[in-house]
Write a protein that binds this ligand. Structure first.
Ligand SMILES: Cc1ncc(COP(=O)(O)O)c(C=O)c1O
Length: 398
């Protein structure tokens, strides 16, 4: 029998970063020492307060279905927590609990975008935006980032052109994967001004809102006129080292959140019941656990940035948030005589075991893009291994 495959399946994308994991895994099985900088996963364990509460809930019988939008206690706690951090009034009916941060992307697209609609999205960016826009028949309008003196800035000209061309939906990921970019206040303000003026509906992917080493995180939802036109992607994955638990939320205007919950009914009925009690305990447990996680990540960031910048031909910013670095390796590639960044990645992996993703894993390069970038994630590798990996990379590229 020929298995029938719907035409729309030709349009769905994937996270090609998993292919890097696969490649590194093959080399590891052949006995090669691998330094894993490719995965945005964490080698840090979920805080005990979260684990204990989830186990307790399970033992108390919270093992059946729960309301499709999530347990009321967690929705209320999130409304309070995010309401405070974002300085916006939020109520429980503005929260729909999700099995992770990722589902909010597809559900937002499904509920907000008609086939043929233009959607602004970051590129380089998290590949699921483009995948979901294409899958649901939209027209992706990519915008990029530019290098300023010591940080990445949004390419506002491209965003303005996209709006002029008719885009009514904006996907904005501040604090950004893969660049680590943090928009300063004036940049978010300008984006918010454009959104209000041009009646844009916004998905604010805030997966890394709480992974911040200095200063204060700012949300586009907090700017005047934005709360009613913004859906926040919230996740417990990073803040509480809960990537494998799968828990997050869509947060925004109640009528739209109701639609997202209607998709929950169709997709998964509800998110895992007892895990929600774990997350609730995490939220109520104060900031000690997230602070400990942040201090570990910060040490890794500083070591890695210093070591990368000491290698000739590499230029790396020190992001204030996320656990990603996006060094410019144009010079290092020239020195090695490699023209293509994927070739560079494979060569380095083969020769040193240092495994990372490249710009290519985060979207098709934009017209006029000439510089070459790779992405390091330092959430899944300890300090001693960072040091050893950087010794090998330095020796290879020196
Ligand atoms: C920018 C961004 N958004 C969303 C997600 C999805 O998060 P989750 O693992 O909670 O589904 C990720 C995960 O890496 C991410 O980098």
């Amino acid at each position: 029998m020929t298995v029938p495959i719907a035409q729309r399946m030709n349009k769905i994308g994937t996270e090609t970063a998993f292919a890097v994991s696969f490649e590194a895994g093959i080399l590891a099985r052949q006995g090669k020492k691998i330094y894993p900088f490719h995965l945005g996963d964490m080698n840090l364990i979920t805080p005990p307060v979260v684990m204990d509460a989830a186990i307790d809930a399970m033992k108390k019988g919270k093992t059946g279905y729960c309301p499709t939008a999530g347990i009321l206690e967690l929705r209320e706690a999130l409304a309070k927590d995010v309401g405070q951090s974002h300085k916006i009034p939020l109520a429980a009916d503005q929260i729909s609990i999700q099995p992770g941060g990722k589902p909010t992307i597809g559900k937002f697209i499904m509920a907000a975008m008609n086939p043929g609609d233009k959607v602004l999205y970051p590129n380089p960016g998290y590949p699921i935006y483009e995948s979901q826009i294409d899958f649901h028949g939209g027209v992706g309008v990519p915008y990029g980032y530019k290098e300023a003196e010591d940080h990445f800035i949004l390419d506002m000209d491209v965003i303005r052109k996209g709006i002029q061309a008719g885009a009514k939906i904006l996907i904005y990921n501040n604090y950004q994967n893969p660049t680590g970019a943090s928009s300063p206040k004036d940049e978010i303000q300008e984006l918010a001004r454009l959104a209000v003026k041009n009646d844009l509906f916004v998905l604010a992917d805030e997966a890394y809102f709480d992974i911040r080493y200095s200063g204060e995180s700012l949300s586009i939802a907090s700017f005047p006129g934005m709360a009613e036109r913004t859906i926040i992607l919230y996740t417990f994955s990073k803040k509480f080292a809960m990537t494998g638990w799968r828990l997050g939320a869509a947060i925004g205007p109640a009528p739209f959140i109701e639609l997202i919950s209607k998709i929950n009914v169709n997709d998964e009925s509800c998110s895992n019941h007892f895990i929600q009690y774990g997350a609730l305990a995490g939220l109520q447990g104060g900031s000690e656990a997230p602070q400990r996680l942040l201090s570990i990540l910060k040490e890794r960031r500083d070591l890695l940035v210093d070591r990368l910048n000491a290698i000739p031909g590499i230029r790396c910013f020190r992001p204030e948030a996320t656990f990603y670095l996006f060094p410019n390796v144009t010079g290092a590639m020239k020195r090695k005589g490699v023209a293509e960044v994927e070739g560079f990645r494979k060569l380095v992996l083969q020769e040193t075991g240092v495994s990372f993703c490249t710009r290519r894993h985060f979207g098709r390069p934009l017209p006029g893009e000439t510089e070459q970038y790779i992405r390091f994630a330092y959430s899944g590798i300890d300090l001693d291994q960072i040091k050893e990996g950087m010794d090998k990379l330095t020796a290879f590229l020196a």
